[in-house]
Design a protein around this ligand. Structure first.
Ligand code: NAD
Length: 256
């Protein structure tokens, strides 16, 4: 009972902070999409947790240099639940936050575009790790829809090449070993530095530089609110930490 009281008090504190804030910056991670059927990486059912070898496929050098790795990656991509996933209660709650006028920026580590599908404005969403919905050619830089490459894999190609120059295609995501887009990171830092409340949702806060955005917000004086089922390395700097399922907790936090 005492635990339930504490949870309720924390929820109310989080609500008060958001109600009093003029600007809220949100950082989302894979946990906002697990209830849409997309597994995270480091949660109990995460891709890395259940199969640590999977990381090899998503390391840039391995992907570029090893045709076998690319073949395995294309098979994973074509079978990914992302292509049929629908936004959930957490994505929708964040659309409402934007409509309230308080959202400064929605920084996401996700590559599934579910925030935009839910109705978040593409101008507000900063995709720190890119998107899985396009491919880029490693030789000529041509960007083409992922759907076209997936159709070619379904038709029997195991390592589809650039339609313009024959170069290697990869998703427009940031793989391990790649740098984040400098301009996206600059805008994300500005949004972390410029908010009153920094809300981190569904992220283990274990991947840098994205996780370090919490430091920028905290050092600039923002209240940090963390909503995540498991502990994160940043819980100690947070004003409020809320555990529990994101689809249940986040709409409550954002009931303005
Ligand atoms: P992560 O897997 O490291 O952490 C996810 C966290 O969310 C975990 O701590 C887990 O306990 C928590 N969580 C999961 N479902 C939850 C729920 N329903 N309620 C409450 N908590 C829940 O993910 P990350 O921090 O985003 O970093 C991993 C990287 O994974 C990012 O680079 C991202 O690009 C990539 N990724 C993206 C997707 C996607 O686009 N949906 C999916 C998997 C991985």
């Amino acid at each position: 009972m005492a635990g339930a009281d504490t949870e309720q008090a924390l929820l109310e504190r989080a609500r008060e902070l958001i109600a009093a804030a003029r600007s809220v910056t949100v950082l989302t991670g894979a946990g906002v999409s697990t209830d849409s059927g997309i597994p995270d990486f480091r949660g109990p059912q995460g891709v890395w947790t259940t199969n640590p070898a999977a990381e090899r496929i998503w390391t840039f050098e391995n992907y570029r240099d090893d045709e076998e790795v690319r073949r395995a990656a294309w098979q994973e991509r074509v079978a990914h639940p992302m292509w049929t996933a629908r936004p959930g209660a957490a994505h929708e709650a964040l659309v409402r936050l934007e409509r309230s006028g308080k959202l400064l920026a929605l920084l996401t580590q996700n590559i599934d575009e579910l925030h935009q599908t839910a109705g978040s404005s593409p101008d507000s969403v900063l995709e720190l790790h890119g998107t899985n919905h396009h491919t880029v050619c490693l030789t000529c830089g041509a960007v083409t829809p992922m759907a076209e490459a997936l159709d070619r894999v379904r038709a029997g190609e195991d390592d589809p090449r650039c339609p313009s120059c024959g170069g290697i295609l990869k998703a427009t995501t940031i793989m391990f070993g790649e740098m984040l887009d400098v301009e996206v990171l600059r805008r994300a830092r500005d949004a972390a530095l410029g908010c009153d409340v920094f809300l981190a949702v569904g992220t283990s806060l274990g991947v840098h530089p994205a996780a370090g955005l919490v430091d920028f917000a905290s050092m600039a004086g923002a209240d940090v609110i963390i909503v995540n089922a498991e502990p994160t390395p940043y819980d100690a700097v947070a004003s409020v930490v809320l555990r529990g399922g994101i689809s249940e907790v986040l709409p409550e936090v954002l009931r303005l």
